[in-house]
Design a protein around this ligand. Structure first.
Ligand SMILES: [Zn+2]
Length: 115
């Protein structure tokens, strides 16, 4: 695993959601940045997402190379209070603007200086 890189805190205040091709909503729980072990110069993003049915996905990708993976994660190891709060915010939002992909969502946070 690569070297941990610092992140800003601004994204934690935001409700970041994405919608899958089947219409399933996922909320962003956490994001970490580290150096990519595969190419050595890219930034690897490791993100955790939760659906209302408590499916947790860990999506990881590199900004520079083809290194990318998706794997399920166990909800038991996560902060349940924060997860439920975020899902409730998503459920009750009058207008939920969701990204089509994890990468687009994270790129937007980076652009806005929130990550
Ligand atoms: Zn890489």
């Amino acid at each position: 695993m690569g070297t941990h890189l610092p992140t800003r805190e601004g994204w934690k205040e935001r409700l970041v959601t994405r919608r899958t091709g089947r219409g399933q909503i996922y909320v962003l729980l956490s994001v970490e940045k580290r150096t990519c072990d595969n190419c050595g110069w890219g930034t690897e993003f490791a993100t955790l997402w939760a659906s209302p049915a408590d499916d947790i996905e860990r999506l990881t990708w590199c900004s520079s190379c083809f290194n990318a993976r998706s794997e399920p994660a166990e909800p038991s190891s996560l902060d349940g209070v924060r997860r439920r709060q975020l899902l409730e915010r998503a459920r009750t939002a009058p207008l939920l603007l969701s990204w089509n992909g994890a990468r687009a969502a994270i790129d937007d946070l980076e652009r806005r200086g929130l990550l």
